[in-house]
Design a binder for this molecule. Structure first.
Ligand code: URA
Ligand code: SF4
Length: 207
């Protein structure tokens, strides 16, 4: 079944979904946040990007990828002629893990219905997972990002959607040169996948 026919589990509209997330206390991360960082961008995008979880800057601003890693992400998008508001950007967990630790499996599971609903509502053609946490959550794989990047995968919930894992921009900032070349190459793949998928069929009503 096409993702486009699926409504967010339990949510009739984006507004309902965002309201539920903004008051959520389903996991322990609720105790540490300044605010829930729901997601940002175009709500009917061709491309959706999924990160790990908010950092300090995101927790303050209420928007994903606005710190240093976010600036790199914005630049990588610009390299393939996309602006932030052409795409939708979300994280696996919506509340900042203290000290930027990895979110725990139970926190990822607790937050999952929000991500699933965002994907269902966005109905993107291409999903880019940024780093290990997002890649494992979306693909259900255990392999590390350095093994899976450079390839594309069918999205398990809808094989017509292409998943392209790439390095997390924060890791690129830490590792520099070679990592930057790899992430740039991946963004060229993303651009190609968008061009290929765009011709894949009639656009659904309302897009
Ligand atoms: N890293 C992430 O994974 N997400 C953000 O929103 C910011 C940094
Ligand atoms: Fe709820 Fe997700 Fe925040 Fe946990 S991280 S409190 S599940 S919104």
């Amino acid at each position: 079944m096409s993702l486009r026919l699926v409504t967010g589990p339990g949510y009739a509209t984006w507004e309902e979904l965002e309201a539920a997330a903004s008051g959520c206390t389903a996991c322990g991360l609720a105790d540490h946040r300044t605010q829930v960082v729901f997601g940002v961008g175009r709500r009917d995008p061709q491309l959706m990007l999924i990160g790990e979880g908010p950092g300090a800057a995101e927790d303050r601003r209420g928007e994903p990828f606005v710190g240093r890693a976010g600036q790199l992400l914005t630049a990588l998008l610009a390299d393939i002629a996309l602006r932030r508001d052409d795409v939708y950007i979300a994280n696996v967990v919506k509340c900042r893990p203290p000290g930027n630790r990895d979110p725990a499996p139970e926190e990822i599971a607790a937050c999952r219905p929000f991500l699933d609903a965002q994907v269902a509502f966005c109905a993107p053609r291409v999903i880019v997972t940024l780093g290990n946490v997002a890649t494992r959550a979306v693909l259900g794989t255990r392999e590390g990002i350095t093994k899976v990047r450079g390839r594309s995968f069918p999205f398990p919930d809808d094989p017509a959607v292409t998943v392209i894992p790439t390095l997390h921009p924060a890791a690129v900032l830490r590792n520099g040169g070679g990592a930057l070349a790899q992430v740039r190459a991946d963004f060229v793949r993303i651009k190609r996948a968008l061009a290929a998928n765009a011709g894949g069929g009639p656009a659904p009503a309302g897009r």
